[in-house]
Ligand binder design. Sequence first.
Ligand SMILES: C[S@@+](CC[C@H](N)C(=O)[O-])C[C@H]1O[C@@H](n2cnc3c(N)ncnc32)[C@H](O)[C@@H]1O
Length: 241
Amino acid sequence: MNPDPKRLGTLDELLTTLDTLFEGGSDWTTREQSTHWQSIFSQPEHPLNSDLPDANLTEWQARGLLPNPASRTALDLGCGLGRNARWLARQGYRVTGLDLSAYAVAEAQRRTADLTVTYLEADLLRGPLPLPPADLVYDSGCFHHLPPHRRLTYLSVLGRLLKPGGHFGICTFAPGRMGSEATDVELLRRGSLEGGVAYSPDDLRGIFSDLDYVAGGPMPQLAGTFCHDFLNVALFRRPAG
Ligand SMILES: C[S@@+](CC[C@H](N)C(=O)[O-])C[C@H]1O[C@@H](n2cnc3c(N)ncnc32)[C@H](O)[C@@H]1O
């Protein structure tokens, strides 16, 4: 407990204080704003309301870049309605899908009746996260909504949730296509995330530089998958340690 509430005493207090800069609706990664996701997911025609897996997942698997699913675990961070979690389960992974939105988790569970996926309603930034580390951690579209300071929290959480030797895949807005290209300082000053942050392949390699880069670039465009030209993807591997 901080003895002086007027003064920051811990990193956690700093992060929580910076969260308040985005109060008022811009930060969709808090429980208070989870209704934003409900309004998106309840639109029948919205692309996120589909059962298609990300094109890069299917491509990485076809190229033999993903870990062999037999006896392996996968964790889908910000799983939404579970379209990627279900695809991973169909490949043979033991999958956990984690999301902030109670609506998304309930709907994902309903859509997964024929498969075994564990869904967890949780805030990945603020926990608690009663999860063992996974062989594959995947994030499609959650990371790019984080306010700049919460990338630090995310990296620390990823460090706990990804096994040594495990793979981490990510899909984000692509600069020039979608998402804000403002600097972190500008975003913090404005107190607005402008709908999400754009990350180039080099940005992602820099942010996740503790991991070995495996593959990445613009999201591949493949029939029968979720593919949009405003997204970048990257796959990393954590050194075995
Ligand atoms: C753009 S949607 C992507 C959903 C899904 N991955 C997909 O691609 O279909 C972002 C998701 O991240 C979730 N999310 C945002 N902040 C989160 C947090 N702090 N903890 C857990 N989930 C979060 C949202 O509830 C939402 O479902």
